[in-house]
Design a protein. Structure first.
Length: 152
């Protein structure tokens, strides 16, 4: 895994079009899924009931789509780093999709692409398209355009 490093926020302007990753993988076990269910109140059986899920459409429990989405920030910091800045802000996301499930006990990893970088309100706005992928799967499980602002 190689992290793309910008020395300062203004260096982000030179990174548009660069591909990032892959990251190291993260195991998505039932404990993580259950903890997310408890935090969000989403206890749908496809996520938290292994016995019932075994005869369901995926053959086992799957992670919540929003659990996958929330892990984008975990992988983003492995994909790109700014060495010197006073503050970084998560500005939001665009274009979220969940093309494929994340089965329990999967290994999930991230890849990315710098979509844009521009001066923005005294800082630099960076959009990175992050793809979260299950090892061995043929389609990503989550694709999201993350939006961050870094201030010098």
């Amino acid at each position: 895994m190689t992290t793309l490093i910008a020395k300062t926020p203004s260096d982000l302007l030179d990174l548009v079009g660069k591909t990032l990753g892959p990251t190291s993988s993260l195991n998505i076990d039932q404990t993580r899924i259950n903890t997310f269910a408890d935090a969000t109140g989403d206890h749908q059986w496809i996520h938290v009931d292994p016995e019932r899920a075994a005869s369901g459409p995926f053959g086992k429990t799957i992670a919540h789509g929003y659990l996958s989405l929330s892990l984008a920030s975990h992988f983003l910091k492995q994909l790109i780093a700014v060495e010197t800045f006073s503050m970084g802000v998560n500005y939001g996301v665009d274009n979220v999709r969940f093309p494929a499930p994340v089965p329990v006990d999967s290994e999930l990893y991230g890849e990315g692409e710098v979509i844009s970088a521009e001066e923005f309100k005294g800082g630099y706005k960076l959009i990175v398209r992050v793809s979260l992928n299950v090892v061995g799967a043929d389609r990503p499980s989550c694709i999201v355009d993350t939006i961050s602002v870094f201030y010098p």
